[in-house]
Design a protein around this ligand. Structure first.
Ligand code: FAD
Length: 383
């Protein structure tokens, strides 16, 4: 069968891929998005939607931001985080701008529908898994489960286990820059504040944290994640530890007494930022988890995924304007993206490594944060 040809091929329709497509909506370019799933689809996550997701949509088009506000009107508003120290003291860190929480089943489908509604030149291919991808001087060739695509440029937005990252830039997991996590949904958890994200730093499981994130209507996203190098060294079984924490931690145990688990406990990886990778090359760019852009201190990745998708779209427009798809020209994307995000990601990585497995330091730091507004101001940007 003859390959289908597009100007732009986007692999993956999560936050990175949809932000990229939305930022190309007025470009007139012929865009294909392939995704191995059929929407709505679940994505293992904490379901905390960061405030910069709204900012990215607003920067693309203020109407998209209005759609976002309408969508979240009926969803859960998050006013801050409750940080619980290893010595089990807590304090509430209010956000400057309130955030939101929504299941990724719903939120990602909202973004997917935004693309359908707003990008006239897009073709969406669901149940279409990218298997092999290569680039040369003439085009990109992508073999999928439903046929071959060719394109002038490809944007790899295919998540934590990205085929694009492995095949186009030789990505390999480095456990120092990776977090392993499990997640489940619960109802009937007692003593939860429905506007606060709860992060419990537990002395036996650091660097990492146990979380309870409220989704409204008595539903909670509950999970536990830890830095992968420590998971390996200490031979932690994340799923078993998750259930052990709920059963044995004296504070959490009583709060889960009447809780009902409504879903399986599912694990997934978080490729984190903090080192520079090759995230662009001849006729390709990587975005979101495919580019390892998750905040290593908090596990937040949706915002950076959308920021990178939008920047990739800008670069694509420049590539077509200059008819230039060379690695050296496309590297502008990498330079811009790291210019915007790298410094913070590096600090967040250091924070995870330095404070993460020293419970006394976390106790001390959270104590200081709770006492001093000027420290809180600085910490807010990390949570
Ligand atoms: C346990 C856990 C908790 C987290 N909690 C939070 C949180 O609370 N807040 C937050 O901001 N971030 C959180 N994150 C991180 C966040 O989930 C990711 O950073 C974010 O989803 C990245 O978006 P993305 O578009 O890059 O990738 P994804 O959202 O993973 O989207 C990738 C898309 O590509 C598709 N795909 C994959 N492979 C292929 C293929 N070969 N061919 C075609 N399509 C393919 C997938 O079906 C998917 O639709 C969490 C992650 C985990 C694992």
């Amino acid at each position: 069968m003859k390959p289908k040809h597009f100007d732009v091929l986007i692999a993956g329709a999560g936050p990175a891929g949809t932000a990229c497509a939305l930022a190309l909506k007025s470009s007139g370019l012929k865009i294909a998005i392939v995704d191995k799933a059929k929407f709505p689809r679940d994505k293992v996550c904490g379901d905390a939607i960061p405030t910069n997701a709204l900012r990215v949509l607003k920067n693309i088009d203020s109407n998209l931001a209005e759609d976002f506000k309408t969508y979240f009107n009926e969803k859960n508003t998050i006013r801050g985080s409750r940080l619980i120290s290893p010595s089990r003291n807590f304090f509430d860190l209010e956000f400057v701008n309130s955030g939101h929480a929504a299941t990724r089943l719903n939120f990602d489908n909202f973004l997917f529908q935004l693309v359908k509604k707003n990008v006239p030149s897009v073709s969406l291919f669901e149940n279409c898994e990218l298997k092999n991808v290569s680039t040369n001087d003439i085009c990109v060739t992508a073999e999928t489960t439903t046929g071959t695509f060719t394109a002038d440029v490809i944007v790899g937005c295919d998540g934590a286990h990205a085929t694009t990252a492995k095949q186009l830039s030789g990505f390999k997991v480095d456990k120092r820059f990776y977090i392993g996590a499990v997640r489940s949904y619960y109802k009937n958890i007692s003593d939860a504040d429905d506007e606060l994200l709860e992060l419990h730093f537990l002395k036996d499981y650091m660097p990492g944290y146990f979380w309870i994130f409220p989704l409204g209507n008595n539903l909670y996203n509950v999970g536990f994640g830890m830095a992968s190098d420590q998971v390996g060294i200490r031979k932690v079984n994340l799923r078993e530890s998750f259930h052990k924490i709920i059963a044995q931690d004296k504070i959490l145990n009583s709060r889960f007494k009447n809780a009902i688990k409504t879903d399986d406990t599912i694990g997934f990886g978080l490729p984190c930022g903090g080192r520079k990778l090759k995230i662009s090359g001849k006729r390709f760019m990587l975005c979101g988890d495919a580019a390892s852009l998750i905040n290593p201190a908090t596990g937040e990745g949706i915002g950076n995924a959308m920021i990178s998708g939008r920047l990739a779209a800008f670069q694509i427009i420049k590539c077509f304007a200059n008819k230039n798809f060379t690695a050296s020209f496309i590297k502008n994307y990498e330079v811009e993206l790291y210019g915007k995000l790298y410094k913070d990601l590096r600090i967040q990585h250091m924070l995870q490594k330095v404070a993460g497995n020293r419970p006394w330091l976390v106790n001390f730091a959270l104590n200081q944060v709770s006492k001093h507004e000027f420290i809180r101001e600085r910490v807010r940007k990390f949570f």
